[in-house]
Design a protein around this ligand. Sequence first.
Ligand SMILES: [Zn+2]
Length: 113
Amino acid sequence: MTKGAERCGWCGRKLAQTPGRGRPRLYCKPACRQRSYEARRRQLEGALRPGEIPIPQAAFRELQDNLYQLTAALEDVDQDLAARPSLRAYQTAFEHLYRAANRLRGVEIEPSR
Ligand SMILES: [Zn+2]
Protein backbone atom coordinates (compact mmCIF):
# COMPACT_ATOMS: atom_id res chain seq x y z
CA MET A 1 0.00 0.00 0.00
CA THR A 2 1.28 3.45 -0.89
CA LYS A 3 1.83 5.74 2.06
CA GLY A 4 0.36 9.21 1.67
CA ALA A 5 2.34 12.39 2.04
CA GLU A 6 2.73 14.10 5.40
CA ARG A 7 2.31 17.51 3.83
CA CYS A 8 0.35 18.84 0.89
CA GLY A 9 2.39 18.52 -2.27
CA TRP A 10 1.49 22.06 -3.22
CA CYS A 11 1.00 24.39 -0.24
CA GLY A 12 2.89 22.35 2.36
CA ARG A 13 0.09 22.25 4.96
CA LYS A 14 -0.01 19.15 7.15
CA LEU A 15 -2.20 16.41 5.75
CA ALA A 16 -4.49 14.19 7.79
CA GLN A 17 -4.44 10.73 6.20
CA THR A 18 -7.44 8.49 6.65
CA PRO A 19 -6.15 4.90 6.65
CA GLY A 20 -7.98 2.42 4.48
CA ARG A 21 -10.15 4.93 2.68
CA GLY A 22 -9.19 5.06 -0.96
CA ARG A 23 -5.92 6.42 -2.30
CA PRO A 24 -3.62 8.26 0.12
CA ARG A 25 -3.96 12.02 -0.09
CA LEU A 26 -1.22 14.03 -1.74
CA TYR A 27 -2.94 17.43 -1.58
CA CYS A 28 -5.01 19.15 1.12
CA LYS A 29 -7.72 20.36 -1.25
CA PRO A 30 -8.73 20.11 -4.89
CA ALA A 31 -7.37 23.61 -5.63
CA CYS A 32 -3.88 22.46 -4.56
CA ARG A 33 -4.09 19.38 -6.80
CA GLN A 34 -5.16 21.63 -9.67
CA ARG A 35 -2.35 24.15 -9.11
CA SER A 36 0.21 21.37 -8.87
CA TYR A 37 -1.06 19.98 -12.15
CA GLU A 38 -0.84 23.44 -13.75
CA ALA A 39 2.72 23.91 -12.49
CA ARG A 40 3.76 20.51 -13.89
CA ARG A 41 2.17 21.48 -17.20
CA ARG A 42 4.07 24.80 -17.22
CA GLN A 43 7.28 22.92 -16.42
CA LEU A 44 6.62 20.65 -19.39
CA GLU A 45 5.97 23.71 -21.57
CA GLY A 46 9.33 25.11 -20.49
CA ALA A 47 7.86 28.14 -18.69
CA LEU A 48 9.23 26.78 -15.40
CA ARG A 49 12.16 24.52 -14.75
CA PRO A 50 11.57 21.21 -12.96
CA GLY A 51 11.22 21.84 -9.25
CA GLU A 52 10.34 25.53 -9.72
CA ILE A 53 7.00 26.92 -8.65
CA PRO A 54 5.69 30.45 -9.06
CA ILE A 55 4.98 32.42 -5.88
CA PRO A 56 3.41 35.87 -5.62
CA GLN A 57 6.06 38.60 -5.72
CA ALA A 58 4.72 40.34 -2.60
CA ALA A 59 4.87 37.09 -0.58
CA PHE A 60 8.40 36.43 -1.82
CA ARG A 61 9.55 39.94 -0.84
CA GLU A 62 7.93 39.69 2.58
CA LEU A 63 9.59 36.33 3.21
CA GLN A 64 12.95 37.69 2.04
CA ASP A 65 12.56 40.71 4.34
CA ASN A 66 11.65 38.56 7.35
CA LEU A 67 14.54 36.17 6.71
CA TYR A 68 16.89 39.15 6.41
CA GLN A 69 15.63 40.49 9.76
CA LEU A 70 16.13 37.08 11.37
CA THR A 71 19.66 36.78 9.98
CA ALA A 72 20.47 40.30 11.19
CA ALA A 73 19.12 39.44 14.65
CA LEU A 74 21.30 36.31 14.74
CA GLU A 75 24.34 38.38 13.84
CA ASP A 76 23.47 40.90 16.61
CA VAL A 77 23.13 38.07 19.11
CA ASP A 78 26.41 36.47 17.97
CA GLN A 79 28.17 39.75 18.72
CA ASP A 80 26.32 40.47 21.95
CA LEU A 81 27.01 37.02 23.38
CA ALA A 82 30.58 36.71 22.12
CA ALA A 83 32.41 37.41 25.37
CA ARG A 84 31.24 36.22 28.82
CA PRO A 85 27.66 37.47 28.51
CA SER A 86 25.54 38.23 31.56
CA LEU A 87 22.22 36.60 32.23
CA ARG A 88 20.62 39.92 31.27
CA ALA A 89 22.45 39.79 27.90
CA TYR A 90 21.00 36.33 27.26
CA GLN A 91 17.55 37.61 28.12
CA THR A 92 17.90 40.57 25.77
CA ALA A 93 19.26 38.28 23.04
CA PHE A 94 16.31 35.94 23.45
CA GLU A 95 13.80 38.79 23.23
CA HIS A 96 15.54 40.17 20.13
CA LEU A 97 15.56 36.77 18.41
CA TYR A 98 12.00 36.03 19.45
CA ARG A 99 10.74 39.28 17.91
CA ALA A 100 12.57 38.54 14.65
CA ALA A 101 11.42 34.91 14.53
CA ASN A 102 7.87 35.84 15.49
CA ARG A 103 7.52 37.75 12.22
CA LEU A 104 7.60 34.37 10.49
CA ARG A 105 4.99 32.76 12.71
CA GLY A 106 2.05 31.45 10.76
CA VAL A 107 3.44 32.66 7.43
CA GLU A 108 1.93 30.59 4.67
CA ILE A 109 2.94 31.11 1.10
CA GLU A 110 0.52 29.93 -1.48
CA PRO A 111 2.14 29.41 -4.84
CA SER A 112 0.46 31.49 -7.50
CA ARG A 113 -1.01 30.21 -10.72
ZN1 LIG B 1 -2.56 22.31 -0.04
